[in-house]
Design a protein around this ligand. Structure first.
Ligand code: TIU
Length: 226
């Protein structure tokens, strides 16, 4: 594959074009506490199988990106161990008996350095792949993601991960307002709620691609392998 030649992917609302050298795979929050049985997500009563179905397609896409030598960036949602970057509103939201910073099934919940906060082994970052630790839902808020994208000349983002309507949608909206062209493969993003999965994707591609494009991983693999 010529990294500087335009690639076209079949997508909705219409085809998505990108130059591979300028397109990063941005994998959002594939963390153990959101995805693993026995983690924080499941402890809250969520069905983690809705998220786990994204692991295999993400593995394939990540392998293809790595093989092609294209940029990969990972994110994790979480906070400093002293919780100084945790807004009090976020801490108390939900009135749950167990909240961010408390002891959970895999260490302190959403605290950096704890086992549950880390990325699942199936998609573990290589040392050369930046990991963005973000305190919010969007990957641009209070992080150096935009500086990294600018420094690497990245203009296009393939955004995957969890959850579709929360951190993926927030990141796509933040990226869109900053001028990035986002493509979301539907099999590589997941929600605990099937109706939010469907609507979260529709919201991205509606109105002529108001926030970006939607496709599936097979279409992207086809495009970069052809
Ligand atoms: N990464 C991410 O989406 N964080 C969340 O808290 N998601 C929920 O859906 N709760």
């Amino acid at each position: 594959m010529d990294k500087n030649a335009t690639v076209t992917v079949r997508a909705e609302p219409y085809e998505y074009e990108f130059v591979p050298a300028h397109c990063a795979l941005l994998i959002i929050d594939m963390q153990r506490d959101f995805l693993e049985p026995g983690g924080f997500g499941e402890m809250l009563g969520n069905d983690v199988s809705q998220l786990r179905r994204t692991i295999e397609p993400n593995k394939k896409l990540l392998a293809a990106w790595r093989k092609a030598g294209l940029p990969v960036i990972h994110t994790r949602e979480g906070h400093r161990p002293d919780l100084t970057d945790l807004p009090p509103a976020k801490k108390i939201r939900g009135r749950s008996a167990t909240c961010i910073g408390d002891a959970g099934p895999m260490g302190r919940i959403l605290v950096r350095g704890e086992a549950g906060h880390d990325i699942i082994p199936e998609l573990y970052p290589l040392p050369s792949e930046p990991v963005i630790d973000k305190p919010g839902k969007g990957a641009f808020f209070a992080t150096d993601l935009q500086a990294i994208l600018n420094n690497r000349g990245i203009t296009h983002l393939v955004v995957t991960g969890v959850t579709t309507e929360v951190c993926v949608n927030t990141t796509v909206r933040e990226a869109n307002d900053r001028g990035y062209e986002c493509l979301v493969p539907e099999d590589c993003v997941g929600s605990y709620f099937p109706q939010f999965q469907e609507m979260g994707l529709k919201m991205i591609k509606a109105q002529g691609g108001i926030f970006g494009w939607v496709t599936n991983s097979a279409q992207i693999l086809d495009a970069i392998n052809s």
